[in-house]
Design a protein around this ligand. Structure first.
Ligand code: ADP
Length: 477
């Protein structure tokens, strides 16, 4: 289907090598499906310290940053399912943590330039460069304002930008323009300036040939001031080239029958493994092993995820005689708050402040209810992963959550979770009360929902076809 099409897929994170959130999951699974459709797709991300995979040298070449030449050593991950490169530079990437360094603007400027330069260096001429989030936004700008003008090698390349989260835009000082070798004239409100700063994502939105978000609902929400993060006007001007494509998840990575992190595998015909995993989870986290609804959370602890609603409703939640398990890292205030709630309710609450893939899988499997009361949610993978493990999502009706979870009260035959709309602790608590009520008093209905979730197809096939369509429409124009 995608025969002869060549794509370079640029991302700051790629699972399982470097991950803080959903972007990594997408970059680690979508390209493989596109490759299966016949596309020659190659993934590139920074060679951070601590990548747990064998890599081999491919090439090295100079990358211009400001008035310096930096060296890029290009490596390839040996056993990756699709060709996956890392761009390596000791000063920029050989340190702990992916983000939050004082020179992130420069580090990701290097990623942008190195991604373009590697094409020349290894003679790979992509039809499409697929950028993801702010980190690679300036690729489209560089391509149009610089590379295409200087070198015919780049003439026919088109760009697609996927916005995984509009909240993170990459605002840096104006001198990024100098680092990228671009003229000052671009620094205007109509151009890449955003309230006195250089805005990486805005550069991508302005210059990409096609743009998409990771769910249909979010692609509409971001055109409004409530969800547009100040870029609603810029996005509105590009609406002709903007669409929403729902993320998928990797059915092999998230598979309750074969998951290596789980002691007991299970499927919709035999759920005993899920019950046993629940007991193991309770025991591992020091909670009483008893038949109460276990409510799980696995998130970056940031305002977006709506956990302030959970905190405000917490005492009332505990009166529902549930257990609450949270895994996450992020905002220190949220971390402290959940740890103190664990101390307040030691027999009902377990909190782990860490990034832990294994424990995440155990929570997806061992919980009964999975919470995502997000303020906004571009797509959300947690609700899809939890459904795949037969765990019922409780979500706020926004973005991709609205596109994937149907309240059982609204549709008895298709309902797969519990939803609420208003962003208030009362609305959240109301949905949780309904969920606990069904769990305790309507076991037949609960079981039907669990099975429906386990059977749902969230694989990438459909969405990958839509990506192929936007690649083709970018090429046609
Ligand atoms: P976002 O991209 O906003 O972080 P998503 O729901 O799209 O949210 O994806 C989050 C991904 O990151 C999921 O795969 C989730 O399991 C994982 N994740 C988040 N926090 C942790 C953590 N502390 N430990 C392990 N996995 C985590």
């Amino acid at each position: 289907m995608g025969k002869n099409l060549k794509v370079l897929f640029v991302s700051a994170e790629v699972a399982p090598y470097a991950k803080t959130g959903g972007l990594a999951d997408v970059a680690g699974s979508l390209p493989e499906v596109l490759s299966g459709m016949g596309i020659d797709i190659r993934v590139v991300f920074p060679g951070y310290r601590g990548i747990d995979a064998e890599q081999e040298y491919v090439a090295d070449f100079p990358v211009t940053i400001g008035n310096r030449l930096e060296t890029c050593i290009l490596k390839r991950i040996k056993d990756a399912p699709v060709t996956t490169y890392t761009v390596n530079n000791y000063c920029y990437y050989y340190r702990d943590g992916i983000y939050m360094h004082h020179d992130d603007g420069e580090r990701f400027s290097f990623l942008c330039r190195a991604s373009l330069d590697l094409c020349r260096a290894i003679g790979f001429k992509p039809d499409i460069i697929h950028m993801n989030d702010w980190h690679s936004g300036p690729v489209a700008l560089l391509l149009k304002e610089q590379y295409k003008q200087r070198d015919s090698f780049f003439s026919n390349i088109k760009t697609v930008l996927t916005i995984h989260n509009l909240e993170y835009q990459g605002h840096f000082e104006k001198d990024i323009l100098f680092l990228l070798g671009l003229p000052e004239e671009l620094f205007t409100p109509e151009g890449v300036e955003f309230y006195g700063k250089f805005n990486f994502l805005k550069a991508g939105i302005l210059y990409a040939d096609k743009i998409n978000t990771v769910s249909p609902t979010y692609s509409e929400e971001i055109l409004t001031p409530e969800y547009g993060e100040g870029l609603e006007g810029v996005l509105f001007n590009r609406r002709k080239d903007l669409c929403g494509i729902l993320n998928g998840i990797s059915h092999s990575q998230f598979n309750p029958e074969t998951d290596v992190y789980l002691k007991y595998g299970y499927n919709e015909e035999n759920l005993s493994g899920k019950r046993r995993n629940k007991s193991l989870l309770q025991a591992e986290l020091g909670l009483p092993v008893e038949n109460v609804p276990v409510v799980g959370v696995v998130h970056r602890l940031v305002l977006q995820k709506g956990l302030d609603l959970v905190i405000k409703a917490f005492d009332k939640m505990m009166e529902l005689r549930i257990q609450f398990i949270l895994l996450g890292t992020g905002d220190p205030n949220l971390e402290k708050c959940f740890v103190s709630l664990m101390h307040k309710y030691p027999r009902q609450v377990a909190v782990r402040i860490e990034f832990n893939e294994e424990l995440a899988h155990k929570i997806y499997s061992g919980s009964d209810i999975f919470l995502m009361p997000s303020r906004f949610e571009p797509c959300g993978l947690g609700q899809m992963i939890s459904l795949r493990y037969g765990t019922i999502p409780l979500v706020r009706e926004t973005g991709g959550l609205k596109d994937t979870v149907i309240d059982i009260g609204r549709d008895l035959t298709r309902g797969n979770g519990f939803t609420f709309s208003e962003y208030t602790p009362y609305a959240f608590l109301g949905a949780l009360q309904r969920a606990v009520e069904v769990y305790r008093n309507k076991p037949g209905l609960w079981l039907a929902m669990v099975k429906r979730g386990l059977k749902t197809d969230f694989s990438w096939e459909n969405s990958a076809k839509q990506y192929l369509n936007i690649y083709n429409s970018a090429l046609r124009e």
